[in-house]
Write a protein that binds this ligand. Structure first.
Ligand SMILES: [Zn+2]
Length: 235
């Protein structure tokens, strides 16, 4: 069976993680990268990844959950990263469709600084905010860790920005009217392509895989698997 890794997923809401992951394993999704949205889900995600070497874990404050951040969020995150070299950062980023943009920028900038300080992969959320995201990343241009652009929307400036950026394709690529995403797939280097469900159900990663592999005959599922291992599991 072909093997896949889900580069961006969340804790399942309607079943246990173990049940959802077993279901995913049975169709070849053998690994996943669990992202948190607020401090309250950090302990559970860290615990799951401790007990399963095929689950990578990211901690962070999602731009939709900025209001949930405690005054100590950065101190807490710093301490966890310091003690746990395998823990990465996510889901963090900027989203112009949500409120509190100034606070989003503040928390995202601090998260980028933590990613640099501890050299951890950063799982990036960016919605209608590439100008602001790239402006912040530019300040640290020569020191950036690997950054995985989750549910990549196909923006050219992002493709051109830095060789540390990787591009994760969600099942959106299979939708008819998402032309910009499809177009970007012709231009992204094959060693930068990742796949994700962008969901708390890991199976849609197969939908993304089929669409990506259809559009890129020069790329194999093994190539994508190896890209993902390199970013999240062997680094
Ligand atoms: Zn997410």
């Amino acid at each position: 069976m072909q093997k896949y890794i889900d580069s961006h997923c969340h804790l399942p809401k309607n079943m246990s993680f173990e049940q959802a992951f077993e279901k995913a394993n049975s169709v070849g999704i053998v690994g996943c990268v669990l992202n948190s949205v607020s401090e309250s889900d950090w302990p559970r995600i860290i615990d799951i990844s401790k007990h399963n070497k095929n689950v990578a874990c990211c901690i962070g404050i999602h731009p939709w959950c900025i209001d949930s951040a405690t005054v100590n969020w950065m101190h807490n995150m710093d301490a966890i990263l310091q003690d746990n070299p395998h823990i990465m950062i996510g889901e963090v980023g900027l989203d112009k469709t949500h409120d509190n943009f100034v606070n989003q920028e503040r928390i995202f900038t601090r998260s980028v600084e933590l990613a640099i300080r501890y050299n951890r992969v950063l799982n990036l959320h960016c919605v209608h905010a590439w100008d602001s995201v790239l402006k912040i990343l530019k300040m640290y241009k020569n020191n950036l860790p690997k950054i995985v652009v989750h549910a990549f929307d196909g923006t050219q400036n992002a493709l051109d920005f830095d060789e540390n950026l990787y591009f994760s394709y969600s099942p959106n690529i299979a939708k008819v009217n998402y032309k910009k995403i499809k177009l970007s797939l012709c231009k992204v280097p094959k060693n930068k392509i990742l796949l994700e469900s962008d969901s708390d159900d890991f199976l849609p990663v197969l939908t993304a895989a089929n669409a990506v592999l259809d559009a890129r005959p020069d790329v194999s599922a093994d190539d994508i698997f190896n890209n993902t291992m390199g970013v999240f599991f062997n680094g």
